[in-house]
Design a protein. Sequence first.
Length: 418
Amino acid sequence: MDELHITGGNRLDGAVPIAGAKNAALPQIAAALLSPHPLELTNLPKVSDVDNMLRIISLYGATVESHAGGTTINAAHVAPGEVDYETVRKMRASILVLGPLLARFGSARVSLPGGCAIGARPVDMHLKVLSALGATVDVERGYIVASTNGGLRGTRIVLSGPSVGASETALMAACYAKGETEILNAAREPEVVDLAACLTAMGAEIEGAGTHRLLVKGNTTWRAASHHAIPDRVEAGTYAAAAMITGGRIELVNARMEHLSSVLQVLETMGATVWPGDRGVVINGRERIRPADITTEPYPGFPTDLQAQFMAMACLADGASVIRETIFENRFMHVPELSRLGADIALNGAVALVRGKPELRGAPVMATDLRASVCLVLAALAAEGESVIKRVYHLDRGYEQLDRKLAQCGADIRRVSV
Ligand code: UD1
């Protein structure tokens, strides 16, 4: 199992290529199951969640061919068999294969997913979406068992909240429904918009992507397609935090300013200078970080996937910050580990009061989930002395070559196999 050894104190300076978005890639890989024609996906990030999703669809019979320009998935001979819990437990996004399999084949049996330990994370909204489209859905001994009587039927779906995953399940399943489907209270995240673009390239007719009301025509005529995933706004926000916390300067190559507006606004409040560069976005940190009030919200609000990283910055701010988590109920697992580095954080339910300190001190810490572990990396980059971060496999789920990219900007970081 690998560890990261980080000696803090280096000011980062350089350019970081932002990879394709993991959270855009995962539903697009699932979407490949819908069509009998090949789908070429380019800009897939080289992270273990993507490898795992490709493995899952290949277990259903899809062929996956990687070539220099991208990955071509051919789902012509897919069958809605069963993939065991051991394979899907690693990743909550495995639920995304349910909608496509059910829609195309009229039945599916998919294990309830696992994933990050950040709260209950139920899948009830995914199941309600499929029921609304006319499926019979049951949960039996840890498996979701779903079937249709003569196919899905277009309808009006009102989501109880703008869930990213449930919106994606609805979009994909509705492509096979007879007649039009209206999805209200849909998520507006760029990853949902990118899935709609990918489905459109595959032949779907979708209106309203990026708004709370999506319209899907149904009865899609599928065709071979190619799609290029958007850049990862969470990876970009993480390197922006790395620039800030070390008082350095990082050019986020490929990053899209329009996907990062709430994040860049908070960064500026905390003292960063942000400007568009020729190749992306440039972040200039400053000697001292200012405190901030941050509330996580659905897009275009501040993303929950950057809450931990910004808390690491707040630990070193000149004053107290308040951070409210409104999306997931148990997303503060990084707090005890940040405290081991000397942070002063008081938790009260979904609110963290972070009193900034002049310095953090290196220590051994344990990664607990994807974003929590990267927040420990950020804190370690700024801490005095050496930190050792264990359970690095969490980071490898969603960050492509994190240690290499940070080292290229001047970080003292080493990956050690133990
Ligand atoms: C996606 C992202 C994840 C991000 C999250 C919120 C992927 C692969 N993951 O996760 O990184 O943190 O969006 O931006 O894209 N909920 C239910 N029932 C459901 C589904 C969701 O109650 O059936 C709740 C969740 O527990 C949570 C909220 O809805 O409180 C939002 O979750 P959702 O937007 O669905 O997140 P994911 O799609 O799982």
